[in-house]
Design a protein around this ligand. Structure first.
Ligand code: NAD
Length: 475
């Protein structure tokens, strides 16, 4: 059991009283954290404000060296951190190892950015004048993160913020404190100065407002649910702060007649059941054209049978439990709703012990069914019909979300038409909707995102910096 504390001004503080148990084993106590309050947050912001100027004054490569050393430490500690990640979140050990690797790679990528972070030069209309831009850090940044990628998402906010010269107050999700604690320890052990990264634990409803409402926090980067994101957006915008939101999805996969049904089912299952369906980019709707639907459903049922839920620590496990009793109840509720609205729960209706949910295939779903429009966040794939590619794209776009979207086809023209017309920030052709490269822009449209600044890749640093234009007379 890890007794975890807040990290404020380089000190570990607070009494660890809030317990987190393993969702796969009810008696396995994973960690205890303090229940922070507004005063904790105020202290953390004060520490960040004090530490930020000296950090920003360091040369970029010096800041980068800290991130690179922290990346090496995460890689060395990968097996232990992955074990903790599985125990606190539930995903399989293979998924957890990949996520820790991802966090290390993100630190490496932004560590390298310390050598780059280019500005621009421009010709001036005035003689003997040199015009250039430089990127300035915004100052203190808040990073508010969900539980489903408990080390990768904090890493992809904290690393670009730090390399740009900001100080950070990070607020991890209540149920997954251990992974971000490991991340913070790696950065501290790599030499990050005190106060540059602060970590506060507590309920969003208790400490959230103190964090996002504080004028000393220049920018808030949030990943989580639409309801919380909207409230944060209003709060931060009202005080003219900078805010970036990445939120839910209802991600479609279109399967066209020309596809191989077995290949399409493998892609749908990887996107729908991998990570127990608890990914913002998870495939939750499959829209089939008429000639392939029956064969696709047959193959998807076979795939669903493979993804038997198990303790993520079990060797070879393909799918772990849901993260909480609430998540399980929500998933069951959506399956009941689907049946009540006339769809068929072809598999997944059974209820295993504990927080496990069998992969579900729901057939005969109509575009207006709740299971076709609302985010479930569990291993549930709804199968819908469409007459042709264009009506499939219309159905794909007929939801308030626009995060990821995929198509399975061998027809180049259909693939291009889909990529051009679908309303989503991430488009995949013949690949699962889940799975992202870390060096390319990521984000959604519509209710999935603020759709302003993108995360990941070199563009991520734009959110954490502002552009200054300098006119330099040279005569
Ligand atoms: P959540 O919105 O409940 O919580 C997210 C974070 O916000 C947590 O740290 C929580 O403590 C905090 N929070 C809660 N209330 C707050 C408040 N009033 N003020 C400030 N912070 C507050 O979401 P969750 O259940 O942790 O995560 C699941 C959701 O996240 C899903 O909707 C999923 O689609 C989304 N998600 C999106 C992406 C993406 O990149 N688009 C990635 C992963 C998850």
């Amino acid at each position: 059991m890890h007794a975890i504390q807040h990290l404020i001004a380089g000190e570990w503080v607070g009494e660890s009283t809030v317990e987190r148990y393993n969702p796969a084993r009810a008696t396995d106590l994973v960690a205890a954290t303090p229940a922070g309050g507004p005063a904790t947050v105020a202290d953390a912001i004060g520490a960040a404000e004090q530490a930020q100027p000296a950090w920003a004054a360091l040369p970029g490569p010096t800041r980068g060296a800290v991130l690179l050393d922290a990346a090496a430490l995460l890689s060395q500690r990968q097996a232990d951190i992955a074990q903790d990640l599985t125990r606190e979140e539930g995903k399989t050990l293979a998924e957890a190892r990949a996520e820790v690797q991802r966090a290390a790679d993100i630190l490496r990528f932004y560590g390298g950015e310390g050598w780059r972070m280019p500005g621009q030069t421009f010709p001036s209309a005035v003689t003997d004048t040199f015009v250039y831009t430089r990127r300035e850090p915004v100052g203190v940044v808040a990073a508010i993160t969900p539980w489903n990628f408990p080390i990768a998402i904090p890493a992809w906010k904290i690393a670009p913020a730090l390399i740009a010269g900001n100080a950070v107050v990070a607020k991890p999700a209540e149920v997954t404190p251990v992974s971000s604690w490991h991340l913070a320890r790696a950065l501290l052990d790599a030499g990050l100065p005190a106060g540059v990264l602060n970590l506060v634990f507590g309920r969003g409803s208790v400490i959230g407002d103190a964090l996002v409402g504080d004028d000393r926090v220049a920018a808030v980067s949030f990943t989580g649910s639409v309801a919380v994101g909207r409230a944060i957006h209003d709060r931060v915008s009202a005080r003219r702060g900078r805010v970036q939101l990445e939120m839910g999805g209802k991600n479609p996969l279109i399967v066209l007649d020309d596809a191989d049904p077995a290949v399409a089912a493998r892609i749908a299952a990887a996107g729908g059941y991998g990570l127990t369906g608890q990914a913002c980019t998870a495939t939750s709707r499959v829209i089939c054209t008429p000639g392939i639907r029956a064969a696709f459903e047959h193959e998807l049922l076979a795939q669903a049978a493979r993804f038997r839920p198990a303790d993520g620590l079990t060797p070879g496990a393909l799918m772990g439990p849901l993260v909480s009793a609430d998540s399980l109840a929500t998933t069951r509720h959506y399956l009941d709703q689907a049946a009540a609205q006339g769809a068929t729960v072809a598999t997944g209706a059974e209820q295993p012990e504990g927080l496990f949910q069998a992969p579900a295939v729901v057939t005969g779903v109509k575009p207006d069914h709740r299971i076709a429009t609302e985010e479930v966040f569990g291993p549930v794939v709804a199968v819908l019909d469409a007459d042709d590619l264009d009506s499939a794209i219309d159905i794909a776009n007929r939801v308030p979300f626009g995060l990821a979207a995929g198509i399975v086809t061998n027809d180049l023209r259909s693939a291009h038409r889909f990529a051009n017309r679908v309303q989503a920030g991430v488009v995949k052709v013949n690949r699962p909707t889940t799975g992202l490269d870390l060096n390319v822009p990521f984000g959604g449209v519509k209710d999935s995102s603020t759709n302003t600044f993108r995360e990941q890749g070199t563009v991520a640093t734009e959110f954490y910096t502002w552009s200054k234009t300098v006119y330099m007379g040279t005569d």
